[in-house]
Design a protein around this ligand. Structure first.
Ligand SMILES: Cc1cc2nc3c(=O)[nH]c(=O)nc-3n(C[C@H](O)[C@H](O)[C@H](O)COP(=O)(O)OP(=O)(O)OC[C@H]3O[C@@H](n4cnc5c(N)ncnc54)[C@H](O)[C@@H]3O)c2cc1C
Length: 536
C-alpha cells in the first residue's frame, strides 16, 4: 500500500506536466533519524555483556530521560533530594524531543499540552514551578504566560479542495450528518461532566482519577467504532474525525481503540485559564521539547549519556549495567544505587530486566502493543502560497487522509514578526497495517518512499509548489512510538502490578497508563519520586 502511494504521487506529478517540480522533488534527500534503532539492535544481538570499565554511585538512578524520568528528577530536586542521576538512554527527552534548523526549532515528537484540569494538579505544580503558569495554580482558572497559549487560527481542514475552519467540516455535508455531529458534540460535553457511582469523573487525567464504574469497564471491552455504531452514529465525516482522533492520540484506528480510550480523548482534557478559553493548548515552536528542557534545568541537569543493558536488584539496592557508544566504540559502566526508577518503555524494560515477571508483569501476556510513527520536519525556504478560504493555521489537516496533517512551528511567532522561513512538521501514525508489518516497512523503506508518505498531506495542500519551497527534510522514525489502548487495556493486571511496585526498583513511564500523553507520563514520574521521598 505504501509503495503504491509513492508511485501514485510520482505519476500525478508527471501527469500535471511539471517536470521541473518533479525533478526538484527527486533532489530532496531526506535525512533519516531512527532514535533507539542502533541501541535496540545492539541489545537484540548481544551475546556477552561487556565488563564495566568504571562505577558510578548515586542514591537514586533514574533510567530514562523522557517526560516521566524528568518529572521524577524535577520532583526529587524540588523536595531537596539531590542525590540522583538520570541516564538518558538512546534519546534524551524521548518522545518529547525536538531539534532546530539554526534558530528555527521544531518537534520530533509531542507538540502540545492542553491546559491541565484541576485533577492534573501535578502538571499545574510543574508549570507553576517553571514559570509557565504564573498565578493561582489551585484555582479553576489559573493565569498562564500568554506566549505559550496557542493563539488563533488554531486548526483547519482541507475538504473537497477547500480549507474549512476546525477539523470537522461544517459545510458541504448533508444535514443529517451535521445533525449527528451536533449530537456527538452534545453527548461528549455531557460525558465530560458526568461522574460514576464512585463519585469520580468518568474520564479524568491522570487516568487513575477516572471512575471505575462498571459501565466504564464495559466501555473498555468494545472498540470505539463499535460504540459509535451502537449509538447510531453513521456519518462518514464523524467516523473519519473520530478515527483521526484515535490515530492522533493513540496511533491506532478507531476500530482498534478501546471505546473508553476513544471517549477519553474527547472528554478528559480541557482545563480553564483566567486569560484563555477553556481547553486552550500550550505549545512552543519546538513542540514540548522546550518544556522538557526547562524540567531538566529545574531538576539540576543531572543527566549523563548511557543505555542500560541490564538491571538487577542486589543486597545494597540496584545495579544497572550501561553502555555508551562513542565513535564506533562501546564502553560500559555500572551504576550502583539504593533505588532505581525504571523510566524506559516496557518493551525495553522486559529486555534488560529478566526479573520483570517477579513484579507481576508477564511480558508474554501483559506487554502493550506499540504503534509506529513517523515525524517529518520540512525546512521551508519560503511560505507556500495559500488558498483563500482559511488562513494557514497552527494545525492543518487533510480530510480523508491517512496522515495526521502538519503543524506550523513558527505559529506562535507570526503575530509578532512573520519569519521569512518556517518549519512544517508532518505526523503520520502507521495505523493501516499491523505494528510488526509497519516496523518492517520503516526499517527497509528507501528514503524516497519515507519522504513520499511523510509529505502526502503537504502535497495535497500545496501541490507542486510544495517541493519548490522545501529546503531540507528530516524524518524521525519512531518504531515503538507509543503503547496503544486496545479494548481491555484498563484491566491489564501487569500494568497495575508495576504501578504498585515499591521496592528497590520503581517504574515510571506513560506505558503504565496503557496510553501515552504528557500528563500520564508526568503522573508516573511524580508517583515514583513520592515513593522515594517516603510520601507515596
Ligand atoms: C509522535 C508523537 C507525538 C506526540 N504528541 C503528543 C502531544 O502533542 N501531546 C502529548 O501530551 N503527548 C504526545 N505524545 C506522547 C508523549 O510524547 C509521551 O506521552 C511522553 O513523551 C512519554 O514520556 P515517557 O517518559 O513516558 O517515555 P519516553 O518518551 O518513551 O521516554 C523514555 C526514555 O527512556 C529512555 N530509554 C529507552 N531505552 C533505554 C535504556 N535501555 N536505558 C536507559 N534509558 C532508556 C529513552 O532514551 C527516553 O529518554 C506524542 C508521542 C509521539 C510518539
Amino acid at each position: 500500500m505504501l509503495r503504491r502511494s509513492f508511485l501514485l504521487g510520482a505519476g500525478a506529478a508527471l501527469a500535471l506536466g511539471s517536470a521541473a517540480a518533479f525533478r526538484r522533488w527527486q533532489e530532496i534527500t531526506p535525512v533519516i533519524h531512527a532514535p533507539g534503532r542502533m541501541e535496540g539492535h545492539f541489545l537484540r544481538d548481544l551475546k556477552t555483556l561487556p565488563g564495566p570499565s568504571h562505577e558510578v554511585k548515586t542514591d537514586v538512578a533514574i533510567l530514562g530521560s523522557g517526560v516521566a524520568g524528568l518529572t521524577a528528577a524535577w520532583k526529587l530536586n524540588r523536595e531537596g533530594h539531590r542525590n540522583f542521576l538520570v541516564i538518558d538512554g538512546p534519546q534524551a527527552y524521548g518522545n518529547a524531543a525536538g531539534g532546530s534548523y539554526g534558530d528555527l526549532a521544531y518537534p520530533t515528537g509531542a507538540h502540545y499540552l492542553p491546559l491541565p484540569t484541576a485533577e492534573s494538579m501535578h502538571v499545574r505544580e510543574l508549570l507553576h514551578d517553571l514559570g509557565i503558569l504564573l498565578r493561582n495554580p489551585s484555582s479553576a482558572h489559573p493565569y498562564y504566560d500568554e506566549r505559550f497559549l496557542l493563539h488563533g487560527p488554531h486548526e483547519r481542514v482541507l475538504f473537497e479542495g477547500k480549507w474549512h475552519e476546525g477539523v470537522l467540516p461544517k459545510e458541504g455535508l448533508p444535514t443529517w450528518e451535521l445533525q449527528e455531529h451536533e449530537r456527538f458534540a452534545a453527548l461528549t460535553a455531557k460525558l465530560r461532566q458526568e461522574r460514576g457511582a464512585d463519585g469520580k469523573r468518568l474520564f479524568a487525567l491522570p487516568s487513575t482519577a477516572s471512575s471505575n464504574d462498571p459501565s466504564m469497564q464495559a466501555l473498555d471491552r468494545i472498540g470505539m467504532k463499535q460504540w459509535l455504531q451502537q449509538n447510531n452514529f453513521r456519518s462518514p465525516a464523524l467516523h473519519w474525525y473520530v478515527d483521526y482522533g484515535c490515530r492522533d492520540d493513540y496511533g491506532i484506528s478507531h476500530d482498534q481503540t478501546s471505546a473508553w480510550a476513544g471517549l477519553h480523548y474527547f472528554c478528559s482534557r480541557g482545563g480553564g485559564a483566567e486569560n484563555a478559553e477553556d481547553g486552550t493548548l500550550l505549545t512552543w515552536p519546538g513542540g514540548l521539547s522546550p518544556l522538557v528542557a526547562a524540567m531538566d534545568k529545574a531538576a539540576g541537569s543531572r543527566r549523563r549519556p548511557g543505555t542500560v543493558i541490564s538491571v538487577k536488584e542486589v543486597a545494597t539496592g540496584v545495579e544497572a549495567l550501561c553502555v555508551e557508544f562513542e565513535a564506533g566504540q562501546v564502553r560500559s559502566f555500572v551504576v550502583k544505587a539504593r533505588r532505581a526508577i525504571c523510566a524506559m518503555p516496557l518493551f525495553v524494560a522486559a529486555r534488560v530486566m529478566p526479573s520483570l515477571r517477579a513484579f507481576g508483569f508477564d511480558p508474554q501476556s501483559h506487554m502493550p502493543s506499540y504503534a509506529p510513527w513517523l515525524v517529518a520536519n520540512f525546512l521551508m525556504r519560503e511560505f507556500p502560497q495559500e488558498r483563500p478560504e482559511a488562513p494557514l493555521s497552527w494545525d492543518n489537516v487533510v480530510y480523508g487522509s491517512k496522515g495526521l496533517g502538519y503543524v506550523l512551528s513558527t505559529h506562535q511567532d507570526i503575530r509578532v514578526t512573520p519569519p521569512g522561513k518556517t518549519v512544517f512538521t508532518a505526523y503520520h501514525a502507521l495505523a493501516g497495517q499491523t505494528p510488526r508489518e509497519a516496523r518492517g516497512w520503516l526499517e527497509s523503506a528507501a528514503p524516497e518512499a519515507l519522504l513520499e508518505l511523510a509529505s502526502q498531506d503537504l502535497r495535497a495542500a500545496y501541490g507542486l509548489q510544495f517541493s519548490r519551497c522545501v529546503e531540507r527534510a528530516d524524518i524521525t522514525l519512531r518504531a515503538h512510538a507509543m503503547c496503544s489502548p486496545l479494548p481491555g487495556f484498563r484491566s491489564n493486571a501487569g500494568l497495575h502490578a508495576l504501578r504498585d511496585a515499591d521496592g528497590a526498583i520503581l517504574f515510571a513511564h506513560a506505558d503504565l497508563s496503557g496510553f501515552s500523553v504528557f500528563e500520564e507520563a508526568a503522573w508516573w514520574g511524580c508517583q515514583a519520586a513520592l515513593k522515594v521521598l517516603g510520601k507515596g
